[in-house]
Design a protein around this ligand. Structure first.
Ligand SMILES: Nc1nc2c(ncn2[C@@H]2O[C@H](COP(=O)(O)OP(=O)(O)OP(=O)(O)O)[C@@H](O)[C@H]2O)c(=O)[nH]1
Ligand SMILES: [Mg+2]
Length: 251
């Protein structure tokens, strides 16, 4: 099964070359599609130069910063059209250790529809996080699992591999969320389609170079969306079904 690593980038000039080198060393069979949103620091050009020298790297250039979820949707659509059988999500800031790529690829080759690099299964770690950040992240994950009835410990994690078959069953046009919400929405879609999700323990380290694009808007978006999906699928839809099955009272 041929894997494609989709790397979204926005101003990652300080990281991109090292990331590409480490991916090639860890998973030489994988190609890379960099989805760059017009990074003013020249990340897109650097990736293209590296690809010209080493092969196996393409750059999908978009004119302006349009969000992480939208970058992955574009990358997956391209990768599926190009015939890749495993599509991998990975950050370009070295918080996701490329050395874990073989484990994720192996899990999908072995039959999983989605393999999540998980911080919250035994062996997973977030060294350097203050207890408060861990509490919010783990609490958010528990809330999502509970509200959506989805037995996944780390559905917000962004280091993961999908089978192309599982992605083809998802209408990417109607996936709207962007950050953590996007990760949860994709896992939820795989789970609702009957897909097999496995979690592989990873160590998620802090960003060493470059700046974060994370914002509180992304956290709020995820919280509101999870609450809405839970209401829609576990309260409103069952109620509609019940109303349809109940014959009208005639007197
Ligand atoms: N193409 C594209 N890439 C993005 C966008 N926003 C973020 N990224 C990339 O997505 C990856 C994750 O973004 P980060 O800002 O590191 O988010 P994070 O890892 O959740 O947050 P930190 O822990 O603070 O680093 C990085 O490779 C970014 O360059 C965007 O709008 N478009
Ligand atoms: Mg990051």
């Amino acid at each position: 099964m041929k894997p494609l690593v989709v790397l979204p980038t926005y101003n990652e000039a300080e990281n991109i070359i090292e990331v590409l080198e480490l991916i090639r060393a860890a998973a030489p069979e994988a190609d890379v599609l960099v989805v760059d949103d017009g990074s003013p620091d020249g990340t897109g050009d650097m990736a293209e130069w590296w690809g010209t020298d080493h092969g196996g790297v393409r750059v999908l250039r978009r004119p302006s910063k349009s969000g992480l979820g939208s970058a992955y949707r574009a990358g997956f659509t391209q990768g599926i059209a190009d015939g890749y059988q495993i599509l991998i999500e990975m950050d370009s800031d070295l918080q996701h250790d490329p050395a874990m790529l073989p484990a994720l690829i192996h899990a999908v080759s072995d039959g999983a529809d989605l393999a999540i690099g998980s911080r919250y299964v035994p062996g997973g770690q977030v060294p350097g996080w203050k207890w408060s950040r861990r509490f919010i992240s783990q609490g958010g994950n528990r809330y999502a699992a509970h509200v959506l009835g989805m037995p996944v410990r780390d559905s917000t994690a962004g280091f993961r591999a999908y089978s192309a078959e599982a992605l083809r069953k998802i209408d990417l046009e109607i996936v709207k969320a962007d950050g953590y919400g996007f990760q949860i929405e994709m896992a939820y879609n795989v789970s609702r389609n009957g897909g097999r999700i496995v979690e592989v323990p990873i160590v998620f380290s802090d960003r060493q170079r470059g700046t974060s694009k994370m914002s509180s808007r992304i956290v709020v978006e995820a919280l509101l969306l999870v609450t809405w999906w839970g209401l829609r699928d576990r309260v409103l839809r069952p109620l509609q079904g019940w109303a349809r099955r109940t014959p009208p009272v005639t007197s």
